[in-house]
Design a protein. Structure first.
Length: 256
C-alpha cells in the first residue's frame, strides 16, 4: 500500500556561502582566539584619580621608536608603562617625557623588559625566571606605593605559566600589577591576582591569526577601563588600563 505524498508548497533556497562577517565570528570562537567584548565600567570612588597603565611589546629595533612611545605616553597621560623588547635607545625616554626608567636586557640579547613611571621608581631589579632556550627575567619596581612587574614570557604554554607564577611570587603583599607579553593562549590563574586586561586580540600570528597575548593581572586594584590601542610601528597592540586602588581588607573579614 502506498501512502500519497503531499505536494511541497514551500520555497527551495540554494544554500548561500557564509559571509565574511560570519566567518570572522566563527573564527573568534576557536580556542586561543578571544572575542572583544564590552566591559562594564566599575564604579569609580569619588575624588580618586585612576592610575593609567600602558603595556606594550615594542618589537626591538624594527618596531616602535622612542619618539612614538613618548607621544603615546603624553597623548594618553600614562602614569606607568610596562614595556617589552626595549633596546638601549629607550633609556632616553625620560628625556622626552620625564619620569624614570628601569631596563634590564635579556642575557645575550639587545632587548629586554623595562618599566617607566612618571613619578619615579624605587627598588628596581630583575627577577630570573625558569627558562630553557632563551633566558628570561621579569623587571620589578615600586611606583606610587604599588609593585609592578613587566614580563615577556616564553612561548611554551607550560613554561610561560610557570614563569608567570614565579613573577607573581616576586611581588610582596600589597597592591601589585603584572603585565606584558605573556605569549599565552587560554586562561591563567594566579593566586591573589585577577586578570583585567582587554579581551581584544593584541597580535596577529603570521599576520593572520588573532591572538590575545598581552595581558594584565592586578592585586589590590579595580579596573575601571581597559582597551587595546592601534599597534603603531610594533607587531603588538599596546593595552591601556585605568586602575583604582582598593581599600585594604578589614582584619578578619575574609575569615568571616
Amino acid at each position: 500500500m502506498f501512502v500519497p505524498i503531499r505536494a511541497f508548497s514551500g520555497v527551495l533556497r540554494r544554500p548561500t556561502s557564509l559571509s565574511a562577517a560570519r566567518l570572522a565570528a566563527a573564527a573568534r570562537r576557536l580556542p586561543g582566539i578571544v572575542r572583544e567584548r564590552r566591559r562594564a565600567r566599575a564604579p569609580q570612588p569619588a575624588g580618586c584619580r585612576p592610575l593609567r597603565l600602558l603595556s606594550w611589546n615594542l618589537l626591538r629595533v624594527t618596531g616602535a621608536s622612542v619618539a612614538e612611545l613618548a607621544g603615546l605616553v603624553e597623548a594618553h597621560a600614562i602614569d606607568v608603562a610596562l614595556l617589552q623588547e626595549t633596546t638601549a635607545g629607550f633609556e632616553a625616554l625620560p628625556a622626552h617625557v620625564g619620569g624614570a626608567v628601569a631596563r634590564y636586557p635579556l642575557p645575550g640579547r639587545i632587548h629586554g623588559p623595562a618599566i617607566w613611571a612618571r613619578e619615579g621608581l624605587a627598588q628596581a631589579r630583575s627577577v630570573p625566571l625558569f627558562s630553557r632556550a632563551i633566558a628570561r627575567h621579569a623587571v620589578v619596581a615600586e611606583a606610587g606605593g604599588a609593585l609592578f612587574a613587566s614580563v615577556h614570557l616564553s612561548h611554551g604554554q607550560l613554561m610561560c605559566r610557570r614563569q608567570a607564577r614565579e613573577a607573581s611570587l616576586a611581588l610582596a603583599a600589597g597592591p601589585a600589577v603584572i603585565a606584558g607579553d605573556f605569549n599565552m593562549v587560554g586562561p591563567l590563574r594566579l593566586d591573589g591576582f585577577r586578570e583585567v586586561g582587554p579581551r581584544a586580540p593584541t597580535h596577529f600570528a603570521n599576520g593572520i591569526l588573532p591572538l590575545r597575548l598581552d595581558r594584565c593581572f592586578v592585586r589590590g586594584f579595580a579596573c575601571v577601563g581597559a582597551r587595546a590601542l592601534d599597534r603603531g610601528g610594533s607587531d603588538h597592540r599596546p593595552i591601556l588600563l585605568d586602575l583604582v586602588a582598593l581599600a585594604p581588607a578589614e582584619p578578619g573579614r575574609d575569615a568571616a
